[in-house]
Design a protein around this ligand. Structure first.
Ligand SMILES: Cc1ncc(COP(=O)(O)O)c(C=O)c1O
Ligand SMILES: [Zn+2]
Length: 407
């Protein structure tokens, strides 16, 4: 294993590799794994990747896992990166790519973090896992806990869609719907995980999850014929996935595969946009949102702990974080579906709204290469689809069909 230590991203305090979850005890900031990149570089030749499995585990050297025999995998990762020609033409962007993480085993990018986190939990001998989630992370936890044979409890806010709640339940997890926000769900999960000695699985509090998500960067690099896009655009709730992808690209620089890092474009929904607001006012601090009001329930995180790191990622790469309206989000969902055949959930459609804004404002150039992360499938939010799709037509005979088609 090439992971050397876990350190605080702010004050540098060191934690042993056995550390399971939580923030820095000294300063309250997120923790991250540090690797011996010199050694990793010596042992990993890019040509050797060719014969490896098409899952995140083709990059096992970058994960903090000792025993590869105990890996909990459902075939996550190495999702398609497709060129969006019709959509690109429509919005005036020559090189727009869609990273289809909606094709992961449970329909979202969360499976990347879930696979590595649960593998580590098994390796550390833990018997259960306690999650808090806006939906997708919970569904993923439920599936991987089932595969690993671990007990699984998930706390979710009331805004979580019906499809997501039942997905968690189908996999055998116990699901608790908390009256309140994501924050409230988090506090209960934290308490339960401590009392039971189970893994706390969620957000940026479990550094192992972040390690799994950084595989997004390696895949994009390989799929763009060993190059890096100008922009990587992602919806943000806590901010973990965008931060992880940024970390992944930085690691590729560390091991000498590239010297470029994309600009990070992060998007929130206007009804819950604490990070976009802080960015606009130049603030280091988040003003927590009392009551989120957006159709993009997956990114309705009222007090995102990832802000210090996401802010750094955006400032260092010349990126941005902006809020878009529910109207723009639903329009984007419809465009992705009708122009590209890609059905994303509202949160996963929001990056398209940001890209359109960026083009209009001159932040993104029409000749730049942009990767849009399709972070979750539309199938887990049918109510949202009802708001944007053509209404099915009731007919009683063939004459009716003719009338409807010709009208
Ligand atoms: C579909 C989807 N997109 C984006 C996000 C945002 O991820 P993060 O909380 O890591 O910022 C989530 C988080 O739940 C999600 O479910
Ligand atoms: Zn610290």
């Amino acid at each position: 294993m090439f992971a050397e230590e876990i350190t605080c991203t702010n004050c540098g305090e060191k934690y042993g590799l056995e550390f399971k979850s939580g923030l820095c005890g000294s300063c309250g900031n997120p923790l991250e794994f540090r690797f011996d990149y010199e050694k990793l570089k010596e042992s990993l030749d890019i040509e050797n990747l060719a014969g490896r499995p098409k899952t995140i585990w083709r990059y096992f050297e970058f994960f903090p896992i000792e025993n590869l025999g105990k890996v909990v995998s459902l075939g996550e990762g190495y999702t398609p990166l497709i060129k969006a020609r019709r959509l690109g033409l429509e919005i005036g962007l020559k090189n727009l790519y869609l990273k289809l993480d909606c094709f992961n085993p449970t329909g979202s990018f969360k499976d990347r973090g879930g696979s590595v986190a649960l593998s580590r939990a098994v390796e550390l001998g833990l018997k259960g896992v306690v999650g808090f989630s806006t939906g997708n992370a919970g569904v993923s936890q439920a599936a991987y806990a089932a595969k690993a044979g671990l007990k699984s409890y998930i706390f979710v806010p009331e805004t979580v869609t019906h499809e997501k709640i039942y997905s968690m339940a189908v996999y055998g997890s116990k699901v608790f719907i908390v009256k309140g926000t994501f924050e409230d769900a988090f506090h209960i999960a934290l308490k339960v995980s401590r009392e039971r000695g189970y893994l706390l699985n969620g957000g940026i509090l479990n550094p192992t999850r972040l390690e799994g998500k950084k595989s997004i960067a390696y895949e994009i690099y390989e799929q763009l014929n060993r190059s890096v896009p100008d922009w990587y655009v992602q919806a943000v709730g806590v901010g973990t996935a965008a931060i992880a992808t940024w970390k992944g690209f930085k690691e590729l620089v560390e091991i000498g595969w590239t010297d470029l890092i994309p600009r990070i474009g992060a998007v929130q929904a206007e009804g819950c946009a604490p990070m976009a607001k802080a960015f606009e006012t130049g603030s280091r601090e988040i003003a927590p949102v009392e009551k989120p009001t957006t159709i993009a329930s997956s990114i309705a995180v009222t007090k995102p702990l990832g802000w210090p790191l996401l802010r750094k990622a955006i400032r260092e790469t010349g990126g941005t974080v902006k809020a878009v309206s529910d109207h723009e989000i639903l329009k984007a969902e419809r465009e992705l579906a009708t122009l590209e055949g890609v059905w994303a959930e509202p949160a996963a459609s929001a990056p398209l709204a940001l890209i359109k804004r960026g083009l209009n404002e001159g932040l993104i150039d029409k000749d730049e290469t942009v990767v849009l992360m399709v972070s979750g499938t539309g199938l887990k939010d049918i109510k949202a689809a009802e708001k944007l799709a053509n209404k099915p037509i009731q007919i009683s005979n063939e004459l009716d069909v003719k009338k409807q088609i010709d009208s």
